[in-house]
Design a protein around this ligand. Structure first.
Ligand code: MD3
Ligand code: FE
Length: 217
């Protein structure tokens, strides 16, 4: 188990990189569980299909989203919030599949966050060219609990900034199977995703999927 911060090397599965005091990349952590993850995502997005949300400013988000768990992240002209129901169907969000919940809990524990119980999972889908601009995740009541992020499909360059928008951001490559866990003092860091480069992933084709497991309430 290495603990290096060489962001240029390609770490092997099982390695981990410490990005900050309470922020870790677990390289290839979910590779043995990709089939279960994809099956879970399929079940969820059959009932709650990916959609492009409106921003409060009236734009349409490039990233397509769905949710599972007790709460789902929503955005429309009225603002950002978490809701128990899918606004498209009026129904509760699909349950968080057990295999996904267990993986998120295990990854959190690996990174030093024992007994983490997420109550929300946001599923993001990126097509080539799609980016996510620098932001903080501030819609959760809990600003300490970790966020567990799982990357699948096309690789991405993740921007890992500081607590102020203008702080210099690290560029962190995230590949199929990588997990990032951040909480505690690093929970409110600014972060974003550079435009996804064109390409085709052997399993997922021309897309990147990212799951973020959160504790909202
Ligand atoms: C760092 N998603 O949905 S996950 C998001 O790859 C979001 O789809 C990105 O940012 C994605 O809000 C990045 C990684 C992530 C999530 C929360 C963080 C990184 C974070 C909170 C604090 C610091
Ligand atoms: Fe975010």
């Amino acid at each position: 188990m290495s603990e290096q911060v060489d962001l240029f090397a390609t770490p092997s599965a099982g390695a981990r990189t410490r990005l900050a005091t309470q922020a870790w990349v677990l390289h290839g952590y979910v590779l043995p569980h990709v089939d279960a993850l994809l099956a879970g995502i399929d079940t969820v997005t059959t009932r709650a299909p990916f959609r492009h949300l409106q921003t409060p400013g009236g734009h349409v988000m490039q990233v397509a989203m769905s949710n599972c768990g007790t709460y789902g992240w929503c955005s429309d002209r009225r603002g950002y919030r978490y809701d128990r129901n899918d606004p498209d169907s009026g129904q509760p969000w699909p349950a968080l599949p057990d295999a996904l919940l267990q993986l998120a809990r295990d990854a959190a524990a690996e990174a030093g966050f024992a007994d983490h119980v997420p109550d929300a999972c946001l599923i993001n889908r990126y097509a080539p060219g799609t980016r996510l601009s620098l932001h903080q995740d501030r819609d959760e009541d809990d600003r300490i609990a970790p966020i567990v992020s799982v990357s699948l499909g096309l690789p991405a360059v993740f921007l890992f900034g500081g607590l102020a928008r203008g702080d210099k951001a690290l560029r962190v490559p995230l590949r199929h199977g990588d997990v990032v866990v951040w909480g505690g003092v690093d929970r409110m860091r600014f972060h974003g995703v550079l435009p996804i480069r064109p390409g085709r992933h052997p399993l997922l084709g021309e897309q990147r999927l990212n799951l973020t497991f959160r504790k909202v309430r």
